[in-house]
Design a protein. Structure first.
Lengths: 500, 155
């Protein structure tokens, strides 16, 4: 797991290619590739333009504002931040544990969030690559193209996403900026009307989720060479699991396995995450590189998210998803699967699991009635860890006697996967770009590898006119040789510069 | 029941001028609360599932902050376009209308975009004074648009 291609031996005199920003990735990402005169790849780096001011944005605020405030940091996974901050602040208000009703309503909200996020990612962000091919016509390789060629798939994606958002609305109170979860519990039950409305569609959605698993599985079976090897590299895996080893997206203990599936540690309390994880700073990027302290910087980096969760757990506690997990494990013939594209398969199994959990919770009377708030001895700090759609999310707060947050530390899923995404990009560059003339399709291979991790950089605004893509090829003398531009409307212009 | 008119704005309220879309919706919602023919919605971004919010409407007004339009605002009658703009977890209104056409086998209801010029989009910033002035001008236009005979009556 050494970081080959991270730094070229002799970077002077190499050509530089920048993919800036990576499209269909939330926020801004940039890939730089240094090529020698024979187009051999010498250095590849994924730079993520992560906003560094999240913690300062929170510090100094009253703690009870935080679960609502943190949703404004990210338009993509606001519910994950809402719940992770609530879990952390449960410790501060002494609500350990929260009441059964609060726990179940929060779980319902969270599984709705994960389901709808995964559905958006698979059906609308990744399916264009998977259904049409990585280097297919760029004008077709988008959701509009999917809707035209596969309207049934596009429609299922839209309706699954919509269902998940209705679950969020029913539990959080609003479609956007929900206020349902608070330090110590919840402030509302699910209404009987919302429960009835969701129950009407839950079986259909579960069946569609099962269809989505079949699509992912079929794509693997149709092209095993591509799916098993594209962007593949060995890594450790980290996630929460339930105390009995079951998959759990809302709560649990921290478990890590090595690249062969051997247990590195298990049953670790989320409150002690600082004893397990350290973050490395590298001079060429603002985003940190977390690693397991016990293994050190070089060998301790790891992957999080669906691929890690599905292989870290011992079983999935819902029957249809568990059956699919077993098939997934059988595909790997007992070995840990490290293929980047296996993230999609694992993600769809999680969608099915989420739907099974949602169905069960909707049948639970505790979501309609019962105590919502708990309290206990006041504390000055708390950690909340949750399995967000993209992986493990950590919120850590310290609160003064005046109720103001004095310190805040967040480690988001994309940061955990920083080294892994860099490795994926290097693997693809090594296999597909090395020695070849660059084309849009080849560069899209890089983006496909990054998109598999569904990175959420949460720092983007989406005003009209933002989010362009520019790829620049710079010669050894620093002269611009070639440039490709993609506008925010998707227009693609290839401008071959004079002298190239 | 689906209301005949939809006003839908998007943007992050904690990112300076990105708040213009939701702020415009909030102001109109407060001013026009007595009207029972308008639904007001806002979200962080325009997403593909918003295609479902268009169904059954007579007219739709989209509102967003814009870096590229002339100040204080521009309006545009939208047409469906397969522009491939789903370059993040969002897409253009034109692409949304194209998805609508593909999914429903018919064109979306008439949609108009109100693009309000913004300049600063940093996290934690309030909307700039000039952006708020643009918002006032855009609100004046939106009130007029929502009172036009062709908007009020079924074509």
């Amino acid at each position: 797991m050494t970081a080959s291609l991270e730094t070229a031996a002799q970077p002077q005199g190499l050509r530089r290619v920048a993919i800036d920003p990576v499209s269909r990735v939330e926020g801004h990402g940039k890939v730089t590739i240094l090529l020698d005169a024979q187009n051999r790849v010498q250095q590849v780096r994924l730079h993520i333009v992560e906003f560094r001011g999240f913690e300062k944005f929170i510090e100094g605020r009253p703690y009870w504002e935080v679960p609502v405030m943190v949703q404004r940091l990210c338009g993509i996974c606001p519910v994950s931040h809402h719940l992770a901050s609530s879990k952390a602040l449960d410790h501060v208000v002494g609500a350990m544990p929260v009441t059964p009703s609060a726990l179940k309503i929060r779980r319902l909200m969270h599984y709705g969030q994960v389901m709808q996020s995964h559905a958006l990612h698979y059906f609308h962000l990744s399916s264009p690559d998977l259904l049409f091919g990585f280097d297919s016509d760029v004008n077709r390789r988008n959701i509009v193209g999917v809707a035209a060629a596969h309207p049934d798939i596009a429609k299922k994606g839209v309706l699954l996403r919509k269902f998940g958002q209705e679950v969020i609305r029913a539990t959080a109170g609003k479609r956007v900026h929900g206020t349902g979860s608070v330090p110590g519990g919840m402030n509302k039950h699910v209404s009987a009307a919302d429960r009835e409305m969701l129950l009407r569609d839950v079986q259909q959605m579960t069946d569609w989720a099962a269809d989505a698993v079949d699509i992912a599985k079929t794509l693997h079976a149709l092209n095993p060479v591509l799916y098993d090897h594209f962007g593949s590299f060995r890594s450790n895996m980290l996630s929460l699991v339930r105390a009995d080893g079951a998959l759990d997206l809302y709560d649990g203990v921290i478990r890590a396995r090595d690249a062969d599936g051997n247990m590195l540690f298990d049953g670790a309390s989320d409150q002690g995450y600082l004893d397990l994880i350290e973050e490395e700073v590298k001079p060429w990027t603002y985003m940190k590189f977390p690693f397991l302290k016990s293994l050190g910087r070089e060998h301790g980096w790891y992957r999080v998210g669906p691929l890690a969760r599905l292989q870290n757990c011992d079983f999935i506690p819902s029957p249809r998803a568990e059956a699919q997990r077993r098939e997934f494990a059988d595909w790997g013939k007992g070995r840990t699967q490290h293929a980047t594209l296996a993230y999609h398969w694992a993600r769809m199994i999680e969608v099915l699991h989420c739907m099974e959990v949602i169905a069960a919770l909707l049948d639970d009377p505790d979501i309609l009635a019962g105590e919502l708030m708990a309290s206990g001895p006041r504390r000055h700090s708390g950690v909340g860890v949750i399995e967000a759609p993209r992986g493990t999310l950590i919120h850590h707060y310290e609160v003064g006697d005046d109720d103001l947050v004095t310190r805040c530390n967040l480690i988001v899923s994309t940061t955990h996967n920083n080294q892994a995404m860099n490795e994926a990009v290097r693997s693809v560059a090594r296999e597909y770009l090395d020695g070849h003339e660059l084309t849009e399709g080849l560069l899209n291979h890089i983006e496909v590898a990054i998109r598999a991790y569904d990175p959420c950089l949460s720092c983007a605004t989406h005003a009209l006119g933002k989010m362009p893509l520019e790829v620049a090829l710079v010669g050894a003398d620093g002269r611009l040789l070639d440039r490709v531009e993609k506008s925010s409307e998707g227009g693609f212009v290839h401008r071959l510069e004079a002298g190239a | 029941m689906t209301l005949p008119l939809l006003v839908f704005g998007w943007g992050n309220r904690s990112r300076g001028d990105d708040a213009l879309g939701p702020l415009c919706v909030e102001r109109l919602r407060a001013e026009l609360a007595p009207r029972e023919d308008i639904e007001f919605l806002d979200d962080y971004q325009l997403m593909v599932e918003h295609v479902l919010d268009l169904h059954g409407r007579r007219r739709v007004l989209f509102v967003d902050a814009s870096l590229g339009c002339a100040p204080p605002f521009e309006t545009l009658a939208l047409r469906a376009a397969a522009d491939g703009s789903i370059s993040s977890h969002s897409l253009s209104p034109q692409a949304l209308l194209q998805v609508y056409r593909e999914l429903h086998d018919e064109d979306a209801p008439p949609c108009t975009l109100l693009a309000i010029r913004g300049m600063r989009f940093e996290l934690g910033e309030s909307p700039s004074a000039s952006a708020l002035a643009h918002l006032d001008a855009a609100l004046h236009w939106a009130r007029g648009w929502l009172s036009m005979p062709q908007v009020l009556r079924r074509a």
